[in-house]
Design a protein around this ligand. Structure first.
Ligand code: CTP
Length: 404
């Protein structure tokens, strides 16, 4: 029998957790409950004990008593930890490693997967702090289920309601089966049947056998996007310039050096439904790549003649095999939104993802994206490139869902 450790946070949605316990038990899953002090304002230990058929642990007594089981052991004895409702406070504590009670201590000590079902006021949910905290948890592999949209106890309407017990139990079952999608129960593979081509990394334009022109692109953002699309079920071909990163295991990978090679590989990879052009393609290449290493000229530097590289993104946009969704990237240091809008039209792509590359974005691990489409502009908070990639992949999936 699989076992779940359920942490019930302090929120009105805690009443749904009673039904969740019942539903999990019905499905043959063992449930041990940690009731936080906040949670105990909404549901009683006795009801949980009756439903789970196990003693209920609470923040109040068990930290001191540590009677039958220490929190370390407790956190490792379950197959999955579920935090439902996950309050903004609990999410923040987990994201930042605070250990101020049995629940947060357990979350810090566990080596198991953790699922959070957020429930809170829509403004709290949408706040940059909560979004950043959720991104941190996702980055570490946590499963975030919901929240759902709807009317809330506080009288407002929006995203913030805890997912209903039935679909939440589905998500738990899926996680216990080892299905590791980020959104838990929601269509686990919304991009199944779609093909995506992603370019990533820099290109390297040879001057001679030992020298080249290139840029600081690490490939991190492109690799993360390829991985995130693959996680959502897409068949992904990653076409990458030289990077120091391990190639993703679930994508088809084509390694190239130059812009011309990248263009040929992209043409070869089409048709596709989605093209994401993340590569930092060198705009120019030496007019001539010398076959032999050129010696340092005695009479000062020799001029380096350059020719323009093809614009791969633009060529895909005007190709007969143009994918249904073409996404370009823009690295900007100023007037980000304005320049992104202009770039979208100039390139002929559907979306531009603009990054403010002031500071250490290029080659770094974090990113702040602005997604510009023909109808809207969505600014994402600064977050890890992996979290940003997952978010972009979800936007892509939502785009196709809306069209079908
Ligand atoms: N791109 C491409 N082939 C090129 C140059 C760029 O496919 N030869 C793609 C990149 O992958 C990216 C977008 O075009 O999706 C970036 O456009 P670009 O015009 O290069 O913009 P920036 O690099 O942001 O620079 P600038 O604003 O100076 O043009």
């Amino acid at each position: 029998m699989k076992n779940v450790l359920l942490i019930i946070g302090g929120g009105i949605a805690a009443f749904k957790s009673l039904l969740l316990v019942r539903e999990l038990k019905k499905r043959g899953i063992g449930v041990r409950v940690i009731l936080t002090q906040g949670g105990s304002q909404f549901v009683t230990p006795l009801s949980l004990q009756v439903l789970s058929e196990q003693t209920v642990l609470s923040d109040l007594w068990d930290l001191t008593a540590e009677s039958e089981m220490g929190h370390i052991e407790l956190s490792r004895s379950a197959d999955l930890i579920v935090v439902a409702p996950a309050t903004a406070n609990m999410i923040a504590k987990a994201a930042h490693g605070l250990a101020s009670g049995l629940a947060s201590t357990t979350l810090l000590a566990t080596d198991k997967r953790v699922m959070f079902a957020p429930a809170m006021n829509v403004r709290m949910y949408e706040s940059e702090a909560t979004q950043a905290n959720i991104a941190i948890l996702q980055e570490r592999g946590a499963i975030i289920v919901g929240p759902d949209a709807g009317a809330m106890a506080c009288g407002e309407y929006g995203d913030g309601r805890m997912t209903e017990p039935d679909p939440l139990a589905d998500a738990v079952e899926a996680a216990l089966r080892g299905e590791t999608t980020l959104d838990g129960w929601r269509d686990p593979k919304p991009l199944a049947g779609r093909r995506a081509v992603v370019t990533a990394g820099p290109t390297r334009e040879p001057i001679d056998p030992v020298r080249y022109l290139s840029n600081h692109s690490s490939g991190r953002q492109g690799y993360a996007i390829a991985q995130a699309l693959s996680d959502l079920g897409a068949e992904v071909e990653l076409i990458t310039g030289p990077t120091a990163l391990p190639l993703p295991l679930t994508t088809t990978n084509t390694e190239v050096e130059t812009a011309l090679e990248m263009q040929a590989a992209v043409a070869n990879a089409l048709p596709a439904d989605i093209f994401v052009s993340v590569a930092a393609v060198a705009d120019w290449r030496p007019a001539e790549a010398h076959a032999k290493k050129s010696a340092k000229p005695k009479d000062g530097p020799a001029p380096l003649a350059l020719v323009e590289n093809p614009d791969i993104l633009h060529s895909v946009c005007i190709s007969e095999e143009r994918p249904a969704l073409v996404i370009g990237f823009a690295a900007e240091t100023h007037d980000v939104a304005e320049r992104a809008r202009a770039k979208r039209l100039r390139k002929g792509c559907d979306w531009i993802v603009a990054n403010d590359v002031t500071g250490d974005v290029m080659g770094g691990t974090e990113n702040e994206m602005l997604i510009v489409t023909d109808t809207q502009e969505t600014r994402l908070p600064r977050q890890s490139k992996r979290a940003a990639a997952r978010r972009l992949a979800r936007e892509i999936a939502a785009h196709f869902e809306a069209r079908s």
